[in-house]
Ligand binder design. Structure first.
Ligand code: 2GW
Ligand code: MN
Length: 296
């Protein structure tokens, strides 16, 4: 865990030097006010980062419950092409239908682990209980098996490089629908009765639950806290407006992420027009027939 434990040693490398008076990007914010880098194309050198993160194992947690198993094939195929290429990866597939997990040829050092989980009748419970399952499996296995965890929606595909530049103790992604919005427009939970409540005069960003992660220890803390919050909400007869995304946003407001990913890392080409400062679309929504895929 290069950025959490100690400064990694790198070998002799040849690369263009950075110019202090010639910033590589002047069109977007590169740093949060608490000095966490915001990751955009043109801001990092993969050769240096790959050397720093040599011998890192990355765990990917995806849920494929009920009909969502149909998304596994494209997700895995595109991840093999673009996600953490050259690094050790374990895909943790949490599913109620292990027999429906497709066999995809994997590059060396990469494997699939299928974890059977229960399904819930209500889809809201399917998405909410992801936090409980991530918390439980973190203690059971992730802590002993990988250095970093990346939690990802499954109804997405990789369409460009996503590498170790995203890794940090705790990272979140700017939601593609809200990165330019005023905080009052963020779809945070606004009812004070909910544990996910964020008042109108607070908030840094609106983070997407479709991609977040960090060291296993930090993701474990996040998932446990979000799960506890949903239990309290349930006891109070309230469910946060955007489910675990609301709780994630509350958590990241008071536990500032150490890296923030630009909307390059979560995009929806059907919903949004690509602005010129978005040079790459790395992880994009797969169009889905909501009525068909979400029915039982
Ligand atoms: C979800 C909603 C309605 C019906 C079914 C499901 C469902 C979700 C399911 O039947 N099976 C399943 O495995 N899932 C998992 O939950 C799957 O991994 C999926 O990617 C994830 C989130 O559901 P999704 O992708 O349909 O929701 P989105 O694309 O609207 O995503 C945002 O909002 C969600 C909460 O409402 C989550 O916060 C999600 O992380 C957000 O990106
Ligand atoms: Mn999704």
């Amino acid at each position: 865990c290069p950025d959490t434990c100690r400064v990694p040693r790198v070998p002799r490398m040849l690369y263009p030097k950075a110019h202090v008076l010639q910033p590589t990007r002047v069109d977007v914010l590169l740093m949060t006010p608490w000095f966490a880098p915001i990751i955009w194309d043109g801001t990092y050198d993969s050769a240096i980062l790959n050397a720093q993160f040599k011998n890192t194992t990355i765990g990917v947690v995806v849920f494929a419950i009920k009909k969502y198993v149909v998304f596994l094939k494209l997700f895995l195929e595109t991840a093999e092409k673009y996600f953490m290429v050259g690094h050790r990866v374990i895909y943790y597939i949490l599913t109620d239908r292990p027999a429906d997990v497709p066999q995809i040829p994997l590059q060396e050092g990469r494997r699939v682990v299928i974890l059977q989980v229960r399904n819930y009748t209500r889809w809201q419970d399917v998405v909410l209980h992801r936090m409980e399952m991530i918390s439980n499996f973190s203690q059971q296995r992730f802590l002993h098996e990988v250095d970093y965890l990346v939690s990802a929606d499954i109804d997405m595909k990789f369409s460009d490089h996503v590498g170790v530049e995203i890794l940090s103790s705790l990272f979140g992604t700017l939601h593609p629908g809200f990165y330019a919005s005023d905080r009052r427009r963020f779809t945070y939970e606004r009812r004070p009765l909910s544990q996910a409540y964020i008042p109108e005069d607070e908030g840094d960003f609106y983070y997407a639950a479709a991609l977040y992660g960090g060291s296993v220890a930090e993701v474990y803390r996040l998932a446990t806290a979000c799960h506890q919050a949903t239990l309290i909400d349930k006891a109070n007869g309230i469910e946060a407006v955007w489910h675990e995304e609301s709780h994630l946003n509350k958590y990241l407001l008071y536990h500032k992420p150490t890296k923030v990913l630009s909307p390059e890392y979560v995009w929806d080409e059907r919903m949004l027009r690509k602005p010129p400062y978005l040079r790459r679309l790395r992880y994009v929504a797969v169009p889905k027939n909501h009525a068909q895929i979400r029915s039982r």
